[in-house]
Structure formats: C-alpha cells, structure tokens
Design a protein around this ligand. Structure first.
Ligand SMILES: Cc1cc2nc3c(=O)[nH]c(=O)nc-3n(C[C@H](O)[C@H](O)[C@H](O)COP(=O)(O)O)c2cc1C
Length: 195
C-alpha cells in the first residue's frame, strides 16, 4: 500500500515537515511505500476554471499534476502536512488541491470514485488564537471528500504556537506513532462529511 504524502511547507526541516516525517518513518517501517510530494518543489499552475475537465479526466495544464492524479486516486492513504499561512494553506499546496477539480468533476459525472483510502492532516501555526486551524481543516475536508478519503478530524495533529519553539515537542513522536498504528487497521467506515 502506498501513502502519497503532500508537504505544504517550503521548509523540509520545518515543524510540519518534521512531524510528517515521524509519521511516515513509522509507516514505512510497517511496510507502507511512501511517495513524498513537496508542493513547493513542483511546477503546478493554478486552476483557471477553463472548463476543460468538465467532460474528461484531464487538465488543460501540462505540468507536475499529470503524474500525480493517478497516484493520488490509487493510493491507500493521503497524508497532508502544512503550516498555516494567513489562516489557511500556503498557495502552492492550495494550487495542487485546486487542480484536483479534475477528480471532483469526474466524481460528479459518476466517472468512478478514487479508491477508498485514509486521509490524515498535520498542521502547525506560529500563534494560537480561536479557530486558527479551522479554514485549513475545512479545505482539507473538501479535498479528502473529493479523493474518497476516510478521515477523523478529532485525530488530526495540530501544533499551534510554534513561534519561539526550537522544534516539535518530544511528546509529538509518541502521538504520531499511535496514529501510524491506526493506519495498519482496515479503513474505518467513516462516511464522507458534508461541507
Ligand atoms: C506567509 C506566512 C503567513 C503566516 N500566517 C500565519 C497565520 O495566519 N497564523 C499563524 O498562527 N501563523 C502564521 N504563520 C506562521 C507559521 O504558520 C508557523 O511559523 C508554522 O509553524 C511554520 O511551519 P513550518 O515550519 O512547517 O513551515 C505564517 C508564516 C508565514 C511565512
């Protein structure tokens, strides 16, 4: 089984990427194949709502997304890590998500849903204030629903207030290792949530 791991931070050794790596290393040691995708390293044009994907499983843009649609649809899990930028996802990760409109349109045409899979989210923010993670969680919900991911928002790893921290708190590792164990179980029967 493959995990497609989407990294939203430009920093490979930043907070969200480091937390993501802890989860993925544990998954790799229990037999998962990991495909890492660093959004900032990929050439992904923004969706222009041109309508090209309304009747075909294809995008007008010829870029990195061409080789990502298949793995994203067929994966056994999609994991996403990201910092909060202006209370939402950084633009490059949002470009990738918006380009999954191709899949959303295919689902709407009943063109065959992507494989049922797990979805998991790791978020970090510099500050802590009410609803700091809510916009990102809503975007992720929409994305996971489109990709046919089972997810449990109560289990996401959320680390606020990183400003001034030297690195993720040591207890993060045990919590992420617990999450990795849950990945070994069969996908939970969690229905897609409405937005
Ligand atoms: C452009 C930009 C916008 C940011 N916006 C927010 C924000 O709205 N709220 C917040 O709490 N932190 C904000 N931050 C801080 C980051 O979310 C925080 O430093 C995060 O932990 C970085 O994660 P990383 O190390 O994985 O990149 C912002 C940082 C940048 C560079």
């Amino acid at each position: 089984m493959t995990v497609v791991a989407l990294y939203g931070s430009p920093h490979r050794r930043g907070f969200s990427s480091a937390l993501h790596d802890i989860l993925l290393e544990r998954l790799a040691s229990s037999g998962w194949t990991i495909r890492r995708v660093y959004a900032y390293d990929e050439s992904i044009a923004p969706c222009t709502d041109c309508g090209f994907c309304r009747d075909r499983f294809e995008c007008v843009h010829r870029d990195a997304m061409e080789s990502l649609y298949g793995p994203l649809c067929d994966a056994g899990a999609i994991t996403v890590s990201s910092p909060v930028y202006f209370s939402s996802f950084p633009g490059q990760l949002k470009n990738l998500i918006d380009r999954c409109q191709v899949v959303w349109e295919k689902n709407r045409r009943s063109g065959g849903m992507p494989a049922r899979k797990r979805g998991y989210l790791i978020l970090t923010s510099g500050r802590s204030y009410p609803n700091v993670f809510s916009p990102s969680i809503i975007v992720a919900r929409h994305f996971f629903n489109t990709m046919n991911c089972a997810f449990d928002e109560g289990e996401y790893f959320l680390l606020p207030d990183t400003e001034g921290m030297a690195g993720p708190p040591p207890e993060s590792a045990s919590r992420l290792e617990e999450m990795a164990v849950k990945f070994g179980q069969s996908p939970p029967d969690i229905p897609c949530r409405s937005l």
